[in-house]
Design a protein around this ligand. Structure first.
Ligand SMILES: *Cc1c(COP(=O)(O)O)cnc(C)c1O
Length: 369
C-alpha cells in the first residue's frame, strides 16, 4: 500500500541529526523556554522575513492567542465579526469563537478554495473587524487584494499559515503579509515537529510582547501577571527538532512541487478536476486535492489499487455538531467542495515513480464499471 503520508520515512532521513539535537537538549538540563526555542524563533522569523516569531504549543493556540492579544490591546471586542472561509479546517473557526468573536463564513473561490476579494467585500458589515485568511492546502490566499481591502475598511488581517510554510508571492512569504500569522508544526504539516508545536509571526512589536506574556500565564515578568493568560509554550525538545527540519524545508517543498507538476501534467481523466495553480511559488502543496463527482468510487478504486487517499475535509464546519448555531447557513459551493474533494499522496519522502503509478491508476478509472 502506498501510504498517504509516511512520517517515519520523512523523519527517518534526518534520524542522526534529530538524535543529536535531542541529546543536546537532554544534556542541557533546560527544557522550557531556553536556547533552542530562542534560536528557532530567530531562524523561523528570518525564514519568513518577519521581525518576530513567538513559539506556542500548537497551531490552534497561535490563532487563538493572536485574537486574544488583539482583545487585550483594545483592537477587538467580543461580538466583533471576523471573516473566514467556510471551507477551512475547523481550527480557524474555533480560534474565533473561543474569543467570543463572531465568525462570518464566506464561500471560497471555486478555483483556489481560498478567500476571494468579491466574497469578502460582500460580507463586510459595520461590525467587521478582522479577516482570517487561510492559505488552504498550501496555496497563498490573494494577499495583495486582501490587504488592500483591509486597509480600505480598517480591518486586522490574521493569516492561517498552518498549511503554507514557505509559500510566497512577489518574494514575500506566508506569515509576512497580514498583521500576524499563525503556524502549526503538527507532525504532518510541511514543517513538522515530532509532537505538537506552533508559532506566531508578526512585525508588530507590541503584539509580540503581548503574545509572549499571554502564552506564559499572562506574565511579562516572573510572578507579575498582567493578563489572565494561559500556558502555551513550544518545548525545547520540539524547537530542537524543528531547527533540524527547517534546514530541509525548501528542498522538501521542491520535491512536493515536482510531484504536483507530475500529477498536473500526467493525470488525464474527464471524471477528475485538477487543482488550479495561481503562481509557481505561491503553492507549497501541503495537500494535492482533486475534485470528482464520483469521489467515493474513485477513492475505492485507488484503495483497491494500493493507493491511500484522504478527504480534506469530509464535513464543513457549519455542518458540525459543535456549530449547531451555524446549521441554517446556506453555503452550496462549500458543501459541494466537501462532497467532491480527494487528496492524493504527496510528501517529501514519496518517490517520483510512485507518483507516476498514481497517475496511471487514476487515468484508468471509469465510474460505474
Ligand atoms: C493544522 C491546522 C491548524 C491547527 O494546527 P494544530 O497545530 O493542529 O493546532 C489550524 N489551521 C489549519 C488550516 C490547519 O491545517
Amino acid at each position: 500500500m502506498l501510504s498517504f503520508l509516511d512520517l517515519k520515512t520523512i523523519n527517518g532521513r534526518y534520524r542522526a541529526e534529530l538524535i543529536e539535537a535531542a541529546a543536546r537538549v537532554i544534556d542541557s538540563g533546560w527544557y522550557i523556554q531556553g536556547a533552542e526555542l530562542k534560536a528557532f524563533e530567530h531562524e523561523f522569523a528570518a525564514y519568513c522575513g518577519t521581525r518576530h516569531c513567538i513559539g506556542v504549543a500548537n497551531g490552534l493556540d497561535a490563532l487563538t492567542l493572536t485574537l486574544r492579544a488583539w482583545k487585550e490591546l483594545g483592537k477587538l471586542t467580543e461580538g466583533d465579526e471576523v471573516i473566514v472561509p467556510a471551507n477551512t479546517y475547523i481550527a480557524s473557526i474555533l480560534a474565533i469563537t473561543e474569543n467570543g468573536l463572531v465568525p462570518v463564513l464566506v464561500e471560497p473561490s471555486e478555483r483556489t478554495y481560498n478567500l476571494c476579494q468579491n466574497n469578502i467585500a460582500e460580507a463586510i458589515t459595520a461590525k467587521t473587524r478582522a479577516i482570517l485568511a487561510v492559505h488552504l492546502y498550501g496555496q497563498l490566499a490573494p494577499m495583495q487584494q486582501i490587504m488592500a481591502l483591509a486597509e480600505h475598511h480598517d480591518l486586522l488581517v490574521l493569516e492561517d499559515s498552518a498549511q503554507a510554510h514557505g509559500a510566497q508571492l512577489e518574494g514575500r512569504k506566508a506569515g509576512n503579509w497580514g498583521n500576524a500569522s499563525g503556524f502549526s508544526f503538527y507532525p504532518g504539516k510541511n514543517l513538522g515537529a515530532l509532537g505538537d508545536a506552533g508559532a506566531i509571526t508578526t512585525n508588530d512589536d507590541l503584539l509580540a510582547k503581548t503574545l509572549r506574556a499571554l502564552g506564559n500565564y499572562g506574565s511579562h515578568e516572573k510572578y507579575k501577571n498582567l493578563y489572565q493568560g494561559v500556558n502555551s509554550r513550544l518545548d525545547e525538545i520540539q524547537a530542537a527538532m524543528l531547527r533540524v527540519k527547517l534546514r530541509y524545508l525548501d528542498t522538501e517543498t521542491q520535491h512536493r512541487r515536482n510531484i504536483a507538476t507530475l500529477y498536473r501534467d500526467k493525470i488525464r481523466n474527464n471524471n477528475v478536476s485538477l487543482p488550479h495553480l495561481e503562481d509557481e511559488n505561491s503553492h507549497v502543496w501541503h495537500l494535492f486535492v482533486l475534485r470528482s463527482k464520483h469521489r467515493a468510487e474513485l477513492q475505492e478504486y485507488l484503495t483497491n489499487s494500493g493507493v491511500q487517499t484522504l478527504i480534506h475535509y469530509p464535513i464543513p464546519p457549519h455542518r458540525q455538531h459543535a456549530y449547531k448555531e451555524l446549521e441554517t447557513l446556506q453555503l452550496p459551493l462549500t458543501q459541494q467542495i466537501h462532497d467532491e474533494v480527494l487528496s492524493l499522496p504527496i510528501s517529501p519522502a514519496m518517490s517520483i515513480a510512485d507518483a507516476e503509478e498514481v497517475c496511471g491508476i487514476i487515468n484508468t478509472f471509469q465510474p460505474g464499471s
